[in-house]
Design a protein around this ligand. Structure first.
Ligand SMILES: CC(C)(COP(=O)(O)OP(=O)(O)OC[C@H]1O[C@@H](n2cnc3c(N)ncnc32)[C@H](O)[C@@H]1OP(=O)(O)O)[C@@H](O)C(=O)NCCC(=O)NCCS
Length: 253
């Protein structure tokens, strides 16, 4: 049986590994931007400058999204309208117009390449894919405009677990907090409405935004699948993260 001290150590180790992973992704991004090895050292110096400037006011509360929303903030009209909302973002079952938008969003290589394995390409294939019995996808709406999709793959009722996938389709819509609100609503649906026990995600090692977003919901690193995918002829690691219901409820109650 795992003692409290042991589980703390395991989770500390996971956090340290996660930090290493994010640092490596950041490093790869810098190299992609054309930053040289010598300049990377300057970047490290600038990072330290930022820490000094923060002058001890580093906001640890940013480490968890529970500072921004809690379970009672969800407007739950699931029973009457099949709709969950928080702030300006809502999720609801997809209708026939959604696959066409998804097909258009996925024409952007960076969107399609974020997924492992990839989504089908055509509207016709997506129409079948998104409503298959082992999946359940929702439209994400921002101020009543379609912004993306979020949903479950590999729904497994035995152990009550599923894989979560999300896409904020229009690049202009990203970075506005839509992804994190939709994720919060989807986790509410999985844990509170459907009573699932576990949600897990696969993410490319370089997808810092997605890694950050998930970590702040309490997702923990479960493992790194070494050189699992190939993107533009380059082998890439895939990260798997998992979140169990008791952890999420404790964080967001
Ligand atoms: C990943 C994705 C869903 C995030 O949605 P989003 O609406 O852009 O994200 P949000 O604005 O809610 O930001 C969520 C967190 O991402 C991080 N983030 C946001 N912008 C970022 C940036 N430019 N660089 C790095 N991290 C960033 C932050 O941690 C942010 O949380 P914070 O605002 O509390 O600091 C969206 O970028 C996307 O669809 N990407 C392509 C598909 C994909 O990668 N899907 C995930 C695979 S399952």
């Amino acid at each position: 049986m795992t003692t409290h001290a042991e589980s703390k150590t395991v989770s500390d180790e996971q956090r340290a590994q996660m930090l290493k992973l994010v640092t490596r992704s950041f490093y790869k991004e810098l190299v992609n931007y054309g930053v040289t090895q010598a300049q990377v050292l300057s970047v490290a110096g600038h990072l330290l400058d930022n820490v000094m400037q923060a002058n001890g006011e580093t906001k640890d509360d940013r480490s968890c999204h529970s500072q921004f929303f809690k379970i009672p903030d969800v407007i739950d009209s699931w029973g009457a309208k099949k709709r969950l909302a928080v702030h300006d973002v809502s999720i609801l079952p997809i209708d026939a117009s959604v696959p066409g938008h998804v097909a258009a969003w996925l024409r952007s290589p960076s969107a399609q390449e974020s997924f492992y394995p990839r989504f089908p390409q055509t509207e016709q294939e997506l129409s079948r894919y998104l409503v298959a019995p082992t999946r359940e996808y929702f439209a994400i709406r921002y101020k009543d405009e379609l912004a993306g999709i979020i949903g479950a793959e590999s729904i497994d009722l035995g152990p009550a677990k599923l894989e979560m996938r999300k896409l904020v389709g229009d690049a202009d819509m990203r970075g506005k907090g839509i992804g994190k609100r939709a994720t919060f609503l989807f986790l509410y649906y999985a844990f509170m409405v459907r009573k699932f026990n576990k949600v897990y995600v696969y993410s490319m090692d370089t997808n810092i935004r997605n890694l950050q977003l998930n970590a702040r919901f309490g997702f923990e690193l479960e493992g790194i699948l070494l050189e699992e995918a190939v993107v533009r002829d380059e082998r890439r690691d895939v990260v798997r993260m998992g979140l169990c219901e008791p952890t999420w409820v404790k964080l967001f109650s």
